[in-house]
Design a protein around this ligand. Sequence first.
Ligand SMILES: *Cc1c(COP(=O)(O)O)cnc(C)c1O
Length: 398
Amino acid sequence: MNSKPTQGRPDARGVEADFNHFGFSTRTIHEPFPSTPAGVVHSARQSSNCGRTPRPSGADGDLSPTWQLENKLARLEGAEAGLVLSSGLAAFRTLVRSFLAAGDEMIIHRPVCTDTAHLIREIVSAVGARLMPVDLSDPEVIGRLITARARIVYLDTPTNPLNNILDIAAIAERAHAHGLMVAVDSTFATPALQRPLEHGADIVLHSLSKYINGHGDTVGGALLGKAAVIRQLREEAFRHRHETAISPQASFLILRGLNTLALRMDQHCNAAHALALTLEAHPYVAWVRYPFLDSHPDHEIARRQMSGGSGMLAFGLHKGAEGATAMTRRLRLIKSGGNLAEIGSFICGSARLTHARHLSLAGSEFCASLGEDFIRCSVGLEDAEDLVEDLLVALDFA
Ligand SMILES: *Cc1c(COP(=O)(O)O)cnc(C)c1O
């Protein structure tokens, strides 16, 4: 994974500049403690046999896990500042409440009709604003459809669950030309694989509940960007702190998970790529969508914008929904369920992804429906060979 921003020893441009010459994995584990004498370890754990650890002076010495998490995420995304909140949706709600007023519009990459799409619409209508769903795979659409009330362009890439890749740099260029802010949900990529601010985005949103925590045992959300933008978001979040505040325990767990992010994302990418290649070569498989397959329509953008394809993949069988059900029943390691971006592998079909509340949205202009044959697989951290074997045995259902 190419994650070293610069090579060689930097000159004395302060602690941050010095710290930034380290690779991504190093920066997920260490902190730039300016006043730390070599060899002294700072942690929330102060066991009696660790000796007395002096509390470091200066801002970086703050031991609040939420504060540490905000700073670490900001450094990893290349942001000036960060804000950590109770969930990914709380982060989205804070973004909307901060930058949209009644009558304003948010240009959004047209989502698939899932429960999340439903909630996004509720959150935006709650402030009296409107969503303008467009297909951002053509960034020129921004110039063609913009109105005087448009404020923000919002997109996720890779997209859930279709696994499309949107060109952040091209979208940001068009949006900025019209005075719009660009916010990118980068949850599926994490800063280990993609850093949207480097491509011109103004705000990055993460659900920390997924890969960043990585262990499926807590929830959190984050917003990263320029200091002035984060300050405004923080004030808005503070007004609603009964619903936006994250617990110190959740921040602590996410910080601990983050230590192994680079390793985990490497393994997710390798296993998902192996599965994608297996599926692509299988006679029962009609189509596969994985960003680092040459057959992916956006693979050139993916290779420019990401350093790995992540752990999500989508595919369909010639035998459609019926085949998907038959295959899923035969899987042993890969569990059936809507969970994603966790340690274990999960698979689910179109019906499960779009059931329940999507019915009120079906047929609307706002969101797109999934094909009956659609299958999403969130590839976990098991041995890739075992997952490949599990799939091959399951596919032999005829
Ligand atoms: C899960 C998810 C969210 C919502 O995050 P929560 O932490 O569950 O509230 C937002 N965006 C993406 C891409 C997600 O997968």
